[in-house]
Design a protein around this ligand. Sequence first.
Ligand code: IDP
Ligand code: MG
Length: 169
Amino acid sequence: MPNTKTLVIIKPDGISKLLIGNIISRFTETRLEIIGCKMVRVSKELAEKHYAEHKGKPFYNDLIDFITGKLHQHREVMALVYSGLNAIEKIRAICGATNPEKAEPDTIRGQFGRILESGLMENVVHASDSVESAEKEIKLWFEPDELIQEIYPTEEKVFKNHKKIVWKE
Ligand code: IDP
Ligand code: MG
């Protein structure tokens, strides 16, 4: 397998349970490289684009509430891009199965996930599941200049009347 990229999100339950360090340590064992990392307040629009494939499923509304932080004290998530050999498979193996009750106990989801009374699987992390979804997700969550490598082709565009917040002089 070639060098691949994958998007990881530490979900609001992972942030609330103070698991950022633990999760990144686990991923560090893979020796994959972090090429982007940021904290994000997830808008409904971003959540709906990210989980578009699940629209219409019984857990969809709860899933959107979950990822936008409505179920936790912490409204933010951490988004990371990992790069390296078999990145997608290596990261998903450490995350474990989607259902935390079925996930192996030595995986992140097996250790720290749970199923809510509503049935929603609160499973601490998201990780891309294929090269195609990784590209779609990375482009959704990150601008080109937020990554330390140019992993997909870019182009220069000039925006007129483009307002931008900068540090005050
Ligand atoms: P994945 O996160 O392992 O790729 P997906 O099928 O893409 O799993 O589902 C996205 C997220 O939706 C899951 O991580 C989990 O939080 C939630 N989810 C998936 N399937 C179910 C279900 O059958 N019941 C409740 N929640 C689910
Ligand atoms: Mg998925």
